[in-house]
Design a binder for this molecule. Structure first.
Ligand code: 640
Ligand code: NI
Length: 465
């Protein structure tokens, strides 16, 4: 409830600002502005940009081919996300690739990784090209990890003792050696013996476990929202902070806009210096209308990093150009629960690439079934009225909380599966509400709808104030 109140407040502030702005817009800068670099270095210094020509050509080729392969195999999907109780289909299509068993949840939607080739795992891919694509992305991941470590060191955002230890680790694991042109990290530093805990912070905040790939062809979109505060033009992704990341971890992005197609080469149309044909990343300081915004153009193969707390202190958006664009956004995803319904909600999309998840999800469902049985056993126990009153009351109260939440979540998921947005999806992408059962399927110990069970418990409990 507290969070809801916070959201309402934010919404009001946003509305008020937009009303005050009217037809006026706040100032923002692009590289054509004289003060662009000054602004970047003073207010956006944790945004790191790597021009395409600093990235090894071999890596560009692998990664770009990987994107196209995944696209040809129809592995990108628009997500059905839920924001403040409303369901939306995202304009961007996505696929999550990463460590086996990892997931990433954004806007109440948990994505499951298509595993990239990992030592010690035997992963079956639906085609050798999909294997190659996943391999290209883990190479990119290793490369961007090293770039982030170097950038953090360059900004003195890590303590010296961390540097020493990371040097040792990277040397041992021989990370991405084939792609580091400038050699490994500060090898000349003498490595000392700091307790293992100390290097975790740097390593944890740059060791991406997933990459969320995005694809969008602006010409295929009927309608794109206009950036409302600065007048930056079409948005592919509106202003936001990235969610569910390890605190102060880096997000690293490889951007591949398929420029050179006929449309992109038309006359340059600009809006306050922002070339409308070119994709940009937009940045603004959160809750600040004094500092001008920043729009950074992204050409084919450019990379950018959001270091340290940039994602917390600033918001970003993605401004659409004219050509189709892929991006690979590498993240350190936080671990969380709530998996089964999330998995089936996304239909059978994962089977496009691999069957990896079927086994762990089946296992999880087996445990979930056991949990239903245990729930029903506890319920029949409290109905026996054999226990001491006080103990019984305690159990019932505890169970009422759990079952009410379970009921609420089941209702929410049913609603999500039946939303208008869900109905708009093609048949093979329709969300599946699973687990689900009806009362006449008698292999389940409890009904799917817990309303009566809850009412019954409420009649039995005595709430002592
Ligand atoms: O350069 C890029 O391609 C940048 C991509 C990017 O900023 N991705 N961010 C996310 O995937 C993200 C992570 N956590 C929470 C939200 C998002 C993005 C997001 C924001 C809004 C929406 C709407 C359009 C459905 C409201 C979707 C996705
Ligand atoms: Ni983002």
């Amino acid at each position: 409830m507290k969070r809801r109140a916070g959201e309402r407040e934010k919404k009001l502030k946003k509305k008020k600002l937009l009303e005050e702005l009217g037809k006026n817009r706040l100032p923002y800068m692009t590289p054509v502005d004289a003060d662009f670099h000054q602004l970047w270095k003073s207010k956006y210094s944790k945004l790191i940009f790597r021009k395409s020509d600093t990235v090894p050509e071999e890596l560009h080729q692998m990664v770009q081919e990987g994107f196209l392969t995944l696209q040809e195999h129809d592995c990108f999907f628009q997500d059905l996300v839920r924001i403040k109780g409303k369901d939306f289909v995202t304009p961007m299509s996505r696929i999550l690739i990463g460590n086996p068993g990892c997931t990433y949840k954004y806007l109440n939607t948990r994505l499951f990784t298509v595993p990239w080739p990992t030592e010690g795992y035997d992963i079956k891919y639906c085609s050798p090209q999909i294997h190659d694509a996943c391999k290209a992305l883990i190479r990119l991941n290793d490369y961007l990890h090293i770039e982030a470590v170097k950038a953090l060191q360059g900004q003195n955002l890590v303590e010296t003792k961390e540097i020493n230890d990371t040097t040792v680790i990277d040397r041992e694991q021989n990370f991405a050696t084939s792609f580091t042109e400038k050699g490994s990290l500060s090898k000349d530093q003498s490595s000392c013996c700091v307790p293992a805990d100390d290097y975790i912070s740097l390593k944890d905040r740059t060791s991406y476990n997933v990459t969320l790939l995005n694809y969008m062809d602006p010409l295929q979109m009927l309608y794109l929202k206009q950036e409302p505060y600065f007048g930056m033009g079409d948005m592919a992704v509106s202003w936001h902070h990235d969610e569910n990341l390890v605190e102060r971890s880096t997000v690293a992005v490889y951007s591949y806009s398929c420029e050179g197609s006929a449309v992109a080469e038309g006359d340059e149309q600009t809006l306050n210096g922002r070339d409308l044909a070119v994709w940009h990343i937009g940045l603004k300081v959160a809750w600040d209308i004094e500092t001008p915004g920043l729009a950074m153009p992204l050409h084919q193969g450019d990379c950018y990093l959001m270091l340290d707390d940039l994602n917390m202190t600033h918001q970003h958006c993605v401004l659409a150009g004219f050509s189709p664009r892929f991006s690979s956004t590498h993240r350190v995803a936080d671990v969380e629960f709530e998996w089964l319904r999330q998995f089936w909600f996304q239909g059978k999309r994962y089977l496009k690439c691999t069957d990896w998840w079927l086994k762990p999800i089946a296992k999880l469902e087996e445990f979930w079934r056991k949990m239903e049985i245990m729930t029903s056993l506890v319920l029949s126990e409290v109905r026996k009225e054999e226990q001491i009153e006080e103990q019984r009351n305690k159990t019932i109260r505890c169970f009422l909380l759990v079952l009410t939440e379970r009921e609420r979540l089941r209702k929410e998921w049913t609603a999500r599966c039946q939303s208008e947005a869900a109905e708009s999806l093609p048949e093979d992408q329709k969300p599946e509400s699973h687990p689900f059962w009806t009362d006449d399927e008698c292999n389940m110990p409890l009904p799917y709808d817990l309303e009566e069970v809850i009412a019954d418990l409420q009649n039995r409990v005595q709430w002592v104030e």
